[in-house]
Design a protein around this ligand. Structure first.
Ligand code: KIV
Length: 267
């Protein structure tokens, strides 16, 4: 085992030490290896796979088999970071038994070290059942994309006092049920600060401001590889799509003109 291997204990350790936790998504071997090589703490095989890598309009259609297939590829690229598999829609909603069996697939078949589950107090029994089987769980509240039809769109959550209070209660229920961290997606930063200060486990924000104990983003978004839309909370550190398009265009032009392949690229 890599001696700097990140484990579930490092999440609590970082919160205690006041050090920020970093997490990025990956869906394949190459991106996973790049993320791992720069020392990011955790890699999430997010169900955003559905939209970013598989071209669906929402995260709802992605299946367990697709998540496992991509998680296996990511596993092969990650040595140091803590690897988390995202439980897709309908892999845990029906029963605790389903939840344990599907979480078990992420660990046993794909080599994930934890799973993520969307939802608040209503998923407490799932969290207890999965952690009871020896699998660490990350919670995910706020904007939970699997519930987009119930939420009426991809909107900031917890904007008024009552819904903010509900989110705090959800976070506390999840902590009580045994999650080791909770993702806060698209919530006002003052609410995220309040939740972060009330929990002993770390909060990891995505569109939740600077007071969270860590940050998670979709890697394809921050390098500009997903062009369909760019959420407000995404900071683009590169524009890899235009670099790729330039290279693809040059290949096309040089092949058509006969400039490629030249002697350097022939035997
Ligand atoms: O599916 C995903 O990628 C996610 C996050 C970015 C938190 O759930």
């Amino acid at each position: 085992m890599n001696k700097n291997k990140v484990t579930v204990l490092d999440f609590a350790g970082k919160k205690e030490a006041g050090e920020k936790i970093t997490m990025l998504t990956a869906y394949d071997y190459s991106m996973a290896k790049l993320i791992d090589s720069v020392g990011v703490d955790s890699v999430l095989v997010g169900d955003s796979l559905a939209m970013v890598a598989l071209g669906y309009d929402s995260t709802i259609p992605v299946t367990m088999d697709e998540m496992i297939h991509h998680s296996k590829a990511v596993r092969r690229g990650v040595e140091r970071a803590f690897l988390i598999g995202d439980m897709p829609f309908m892999s845990f909603q029906v029963s605790d038994e389903d939840a344990v069996l599907n979480a078990g697939r992420f660990v046993k078949e794909a080599g994930c070290e934890a799973v993520k589950i969307e939802g608040g107090g209503e998923v407490s029994s799932r969290v207890k059942a999965i952690t009871g089987a020896g699998i660490p769980v990350v919670g995910h509240i706020g904007l939970t994309p699997q519930s987009v039809n119930k939420l009426g769109g991809y909107k900031v959550q917890g904007k008024d006092a009552e819904s903010g209070k509900r989110l705090l209660e959800d976070a506390l229920s999840l902590e009580k049920a045994g999650v080791f961290a909770v993702i806060l997606e698209c919530v006002p930063k003052d609410l995220a600060r309040r939740i972060t200060s009330k929990l002993s486990i770390p909060t990891i924000g995505i569109g939740a401001g600077e007071y969270c104990d860590g940050q998670v983003l979709v890697a394809h978004d921050i390098v500009g590889y997903f062009e369909k839309f760019v959420p407000k909370f995404v900071k683009q550190y590169a524009n890899i799509s235009s670099t790729i398009k330039e290279a693809l265009t040059k290949f096309k032009e040089e092949t058509e003109s006969g400039a490629f392949p030249d002697d350097e690229h022939s035997f």
